[in-house]
Design a protein around this ligand. Structure first.
Ligand code: SAM
Length: 390
């Protein structure tokens, strides 16, 4: 108490030093405290320690291999590195894992039979998009919006239903951190098992390739959420997220466990489902205000040199690029993680090459891509409130 009184006196008057008069309370407090580590460094110099360099690839880790392709997005695949294994394609072996193990992420490696690949560690977004799926995943672009809506912090406890393929669970796990908890319900045992497996594989690979552990903070529970009223009695959640058919059947069960003022997000593909949800809230007088209903749209652009190699006209180049862009979409969706992966339709001679092609002019095609990720879901943000007279 004495310390606080002294601090308050120092902040709020008494014998103030001259400099204190024109400063904000925060700045006055900062000046009274001992200097932070590195605070004496000259202004403009970066503070703190720089990040340690990433360790080289080891067996058991996930590697993302990228094959650049002319005028198309790179072809990507995930593989779990294993000594003696190889990344294969129809027609023969391509990339021995041993040529990746021991290398640093971000290096270009040579394929057996010609061509090169960029090898690096996958981001969580890339893993979620490429990992095996049972149920359709919540897309990372939507997940990032949901995390903002939910206002999830490290240390929070979050309820999720259903687990599906585990994509959202992974992002929630990262958001709540080692001191937080995610409780994820799933009604189907095949989905439950796949969500657990995807989570386990990511954690295991992370642990090998990073200096710190990925938190083990998700409880996957195989149960219909609408029958979980008893489980809910002992729990309080900072936030709830529902990605399941008929989320209204879960709302009446889970809402007593959401903290007052907390947010529940609901992920639904059809606007008619959103109407059903809101209608149930209204007719059952559930204590939720609908704060927003949004769709997250990303608009992809294409920015490419318009003239290629031997000075074809920009019109010609664009026509070719249109066709290739459409063809590419088929390739991308077919690639998933496997321990022995098949990289389909690889064209690996487009870049990373020493003998780079010479472009003779620089006008660019720069326009929205013909192929856009269109609608994925409606995100409904519900805020729990305490009704008057309750
Ligand atoms: C679209 S998937 C969820 C995908 C997940 N958010 C992800 O990112 O991977 C919907 C899941 O909800 C599950 N589900 C449906 N009704 C449920 C219920 N009453 N209780 C728990 N899970 C349920 C389904 O089995 C399905 O796996």
């Amino acid at each position: 108490m004495a310390a606080w009184r002294g601090l308050r006196r120092a902040l709020s008057g008494g014998r103030r030093p001259v400099w204190a008069a024109s400063l904000s309370p925060e700045e006055r407090l900062r000046r009274l405290l001992p200097p932070e580590r590195g605070a004496e460094e000259p202004s403009g110099a970066p503070r703190g320690e720089s990040a340690p360099p990433p360790p080289p690839f080891r067996a058991g880790e996930l590697a993302l291999v990228e094959a650049p392709r002319r005028q198309r997005a790179p072809l990507r695949a995930l593989c779990r590195l294993a000594a003696g294994a190889a990344l294969g394609a129809p027609g023969g072996l391509l990339l021995p894992h041993d040529s990746v193990i021991g290398r640093l992420p971000g290096e270009v490696v040579r394929l057996r039979g010609g061509g090169r690949l960029l090898v690096r560690r996958p981001s969580l977004e890339e893993y979620a998009l490429l990992m095996p799926r049972g149920a359709a995943i919540a897309y990372p672009k939507d997940i990032s919006a949901m995390l903002l809506m939910l206002d999830v912090h490290p240390g929070d406890t979050v309820l999720e239903a259903g687990s599906g393929s585990g994509a959202l669970s992974l992002f929630l796990s990262r958001a709540v951190g080692p001191k937080g908890r995610v409780i994820s319900y799933e009604i189907r045992d095949d989905h439950h098992n796949l969500a657990k497996k995807n989570y386990r594989h990511w954690r295991a690979a992370w642990q090998i390739g990073h200096l710190e552990e990925w938190p083990d903070n998700v409880d996957f529970i195989l149960k219909d959420i609408s029958t979980a009223a008893e489980d809910m009695k002992s729990l309080t959640f900072d936030a709830i997220t529902l990605d399941m058919i008929s989320p209204q059947s879960a709302l009446s069960v889970v809402h007593p466990s959401l903290k007052q003022g907390g947010v529940c997000t609901v992920y639904l593909a059809n606007i008619t489902q959103v109407i059903d949800l809101l209608d149930r809230i209204r007719t059952c007088k559930l204590p939720f205000l609908c704060e927003s209903i949004v769709e997250v749209t990303h608009r992809k652009w294409l920015v490419l040199p318009a003239k290629i190699k031997n000075c074809k006209s920009s019109q010609t180049a664009e026509t070719q690029e249109n066709t290739e862009e459409e063809a590419h979409q088929k390739d991308y969706d077919e690639i998933h993680i496997q321990d022995q992966i098949v990289l389909k339709d690889i064209e690996c001679n487009e870049s990373f090459s020493d003998d780079a092609e010479t472009y003779c002019s620089v006008p660019y095609v720069a326009r929205p891509s013909n192929w856009q990720d269109a609608h994925s879901a409606f995100l409904t943000k519900l805020r729990k409130f305490r009704p008057l007279n309750s």
